[in-house]
Design a protein around this ligand. Structure first.
Ligand SMILES: C[S@@+](CC[C@H](N)C(=O)[O-])C[C@H]1O[C@@H](n2cnc3c(N)ncnc32)[C@H](O)[C@@H]1O
Length: 166
């Protein structure tokens, strides 16, 4: 049996996600450029992103719109369908410009997690601006990115932070 309960794992993951997002908001405060949210889900992290980055265009991706009524993205920036198809379709518009991407695609399916982590690692890098940040709920094998240590107080292995080399 794992030393942490399911409740503790969820708690630490959400704390880590919140702290990594806070780090990213400070890091990109004065940087214009689009933001990408992979995994709308219930819209929780999208709601957080839009409150802290009101001047950024936030492109949101999921296969379905299951977000709370009060966490709905701008329909013009909501891209529904398989990310393998919807994200490359925006390459011309986003290439080299994204200052922050949050990849929140994980589930309890290990094989599925391997697959979505591979997809994010393959599709996100060409979109990222120099110095742009990728946050992820899964570890990503990214070339040309530096893995940053978790913010203070955050447990290792709960959420991941990468910065594109300038
Ligand atoms: C963990 S949930 C996202 C939680 C969300 N960020 C929140 O805070 O409410 C993961 C989401 O990723 C979506 N997803 C996973 N793989 C996908 C894929 N290949 N294409 C499109 N959506 C995908 C699922 O439909 C699910 O809604």
């Amino acid at each position: 049996m794992s030393t942490l309960s399911r409740l503790e794992k969820t708690l630490f993951r959400l704390q880590a996600q919140h702290a990594c997002l806070a780090h990213a908001f400070a890091a990109i405060a004065n940087r214009p450029g689009p933001v990408v949210e992979l995994g709308l889900g219930l819209g929780r992290t999208f709601d957080h992103l839009r409150r802290h980055l009101p001047d950024h265009e936030i492109h949101v991706f999921d296969r379905v719109n299951g977000a709370y009524e009060d966490c709905q993205p701008d329909p013009a920036l909501l891209h529904l369908g398989e990310i393998e198809e919807t994200l490359p379709a925006l390459a011309g518009r986003l290439a080299g410009r994204v200052v922050l991407a949050n990849s929140d695609l994980g589930s309890h399916d290990r094989d599925g997690n391997r697959q979505v982590a591979g997809m994010s690692a393959r599709l996100l890098p060409p979109l990222m601006a120099p110095g742009g940040l990728i946050l992820s709920d899964l570890p990503l094998a990214l070339e040309g990115f530096e893995a940053l240590p978790p913010p203070e107080g955050v447990r290792e292995g709960c959420y991941y932070l990468y910065r594109r080399s300038a």
